[in-house]
Design a protein around this ligand. Sequence first.
Ligand code: SF4
Length: 121
Amino acid sequence: MEKRHLTCIGCPMGCQLEVTLDNGVVTEVTGNTCKRGDDYARKEVTNPTRIVTSTVPVRGGKIAMVSCKTKSDIPKDKIFDCMKEINKIRVDAPVKVGDVLLKDICGTGVDIIATKDVDIA
Ligand code: SF4
């Protein structure tokens, strides 16, 4: 039996979770106030993932940068490589919310999308 202690990131309450594993299989989660904490704990100890957010320079836009994010979660151990790729992106105005700025980042199958409109200057 192995015990892991986590802080739930599902909401600002930050419940302190205790996960019990038996040969890598989650057998119990305690400390969560709601189901989201249970889901988070099970995923975090077996396949941790995150949404990544950042900003990208825009050429010819009314503002110089556009906010962006991964369209869905990516594996936590790919975050550093993905940030390096995001830092290379340059886009031309106009940009619309949901535009794909980079497809299939680092082979994750996940696109980087804009989360803001940027009009032409
Ligand atoms: S377990 Fe539920 S209430 Fe507690 S921090 Fe997570 S999401 Fe919030």
